[in-house]
Design a protein around this ligand. Structure first.
Ligand code: ATP
Ligand code: MG
Length: 429
């Protein structure tokens, strides 16, 4: 195929074989968020570039080198959203949703765009489900966010494969004090720092903490610790969160080097990580961003949220074999009709059944075909049963009901009784 007719590298089609697992995943998360009282919000995929620069931070990886930015026909600089928090904050501000100080528990789902090196679990268009909570400042809501993700891992059968890492970044004042100390310490050892970290020392020194370079990590062993600089308020908040997680029986480990790649976080930060996906091990990440709304022009507003990477969680479900058998099949029943009269009767019958059993997944053969070819299609459809309408059935106003897998005799059911008959049998087993 010529190159121009291929998808863009790192931007994937999600094929029909894969969408049932996606829908199962998305449905599970949506159901859980409903149950916890979160409401969905939908934002545009494109925003003014300025929004991301101001919220995410000019010297983050995302803004420095990962954004899809372009000029539109008016000459405005626009960017495909690299994440959802900025747009969500913009939307709640624009519509005055948080202005009265009332709590808001919101979630969103959709594609995000980052120009990264595509590899397993890392794509240029990927999908997130994100949750953002506004006007709740205490550790109770941080704990709720973690509890609901923990419940989600349980529902998906992947609890054993994920680990919660937790840290507190303190208030911005505490972070500023720590930053000075870290810069002083590393500044004296500049020659031992890798090139990237040398640059970061001037722009975003905290990011050096999660450098992947071994020598830099070794150097950090003796560096000042963020935990020692935490202010009283952040400490109390962090202790409150840990006490709640303990009370709820949710295991966690403190990772003092967890800093997150976006500038707007303070106090709580957390990541759910797995060792089952190689280097792309973080499946869900978030934290508190009490300063962000104000920074973007609103009143001081507490904020906390997280985003999970759908591709990585789908990969994890597949890796662990936690794909429910029920989603493998998309058809319960396949109707074969032979000859024009039977086709007419078949369609009418199928529609009557659908009136009464709207959730039944009934596929009606299309395109005609011999007995043999229709049975082949019925078999390929994955259905466990076929309905059969030939001349004989037509004359008797019945339909054949035939198991397609394993043993079992064909039965004949009167048209008038078909819906109630189908309602009484388990078509999935
Ligand atoms: P990473 O350290 O893996 O680059 P991140 O810190 O950039 O992640 P966030 O911006 O916090 O990630 O996004 C939340 C989640 O979205 C991540 O934990 C991950 O599961 C997912 N994610 C982020 N970037 C990508 C990507 N390029 N492809 C697939 N999933 C991604
Ligand atoms: Mg990243």
């Amino acid at each position: 195929m010529s190159k121009s007719l291929q998808a863009i590298r790192g931007m994937n089609d999600i094929l029909p074989e894969q969408t049932p697992l996606w829908r199962y995943f998305e449905g599970t998360v949506a159901g859980l968020l409903d149950a916890y009282g979160y409401r969905q919000i939908r934002m545009p995929i494109v925003e003014f570039t300025e929004l991301f620069k101001r919220s995410i931070g000019e010297v983050t990886d995302i803004v420095e080198k990962e954004m899809y930015t372009f000029e539109d026909r008016n000459g405005d600089s626009l960017t495909l959203r690299p994440e959802g928090t900025a747009a969500c904050v913009r939307a709640v501000l624009e519509h005055g949703i948080t202005g009265g100080g009332q709590a808001q528990k919101l979630w969103y789902i959709g594609p995000m765009f980052r120009h990264e090196r595509p590899q397993k679990g890392r794509y240029r268009q990927f999908h997130q489900i994100g949750v953002e909570v506004f006007n709740l400042a205490g550790p109770d809501i941080d704990a709720e966010l973690i509890a609901l993700t923990w419940r989600l891992w349980g529902a998906l059968g992947i609890r054993d494969a994920v680990k919660l890492e937790l840290n507190s970044l303190g208030t911005s004042a505490a972070r500023a004090r720590y930053r000075d100390a870290l810069v002083a310490f590393l500044g004296e050892r500049l020659g031992q720092l890798d090139e990237d970290s040398q640059r970061r020392l001037k722009t975003n020194p905290l990011r050096i903490l999660d450098s992947k370079v071994e020598q830099t990590q070794a150097l950090l062993a003796d560096a000042p610790k963020l935990a020692d600089y935490l202010d009283e308020e952040s400490q109390v908040h962090f202790e409150g969160l840990k006490a709640r997680l303990d009370a709820a029986g949710i295991p966690y480990v403190i990772n003092p080097k967890l800093v997150r790649g976006l500038d707007y976080y303070g106090k709580t930060v957390f990541e759910w990580v797995t060792d089952q996906l190689g280097a792309q091990g973080t499946v869900c990440a978030g934290g508190r961003y009490d300063g962000l709304v104000e920074q973007m022009g609103g009143k001081p507003t507490a904020g906390v949220g997280f985003a999970m990477g759908i591709e990585r969680l789908i990969l994890l479900l597949e890796t662990l074999g936690q794909v429910p058998a029920s989603i493998a099949r998309s058809v319960d029943l396949y109707l074969c009709a032979f000859g024009e009269q039977a086709e007419l009767a078949g369609l009418a019958l199928a529609e009557r059944v659908r009136d009464q059993l709207p959730s039944l997944r009934l596929q009606v053969n299309a395109g005609g075909g011999s007995f043999k070819s229709q049975f082949k299609k019925a078999d390929k459809s994955g259905a466990l049963y076929a309905l059969i309408l030939g001349d004989d059935e037509l004359a008797r106003q019945v339909v054949g009901f035939k198991p397609l897998r394993g043993q079992g005799e064909q039965e004949h059911i009167a048209w008038a009784d078909l819906a109630s008959f189908l309602a009484s049998v388990d078509l999935t087993a």
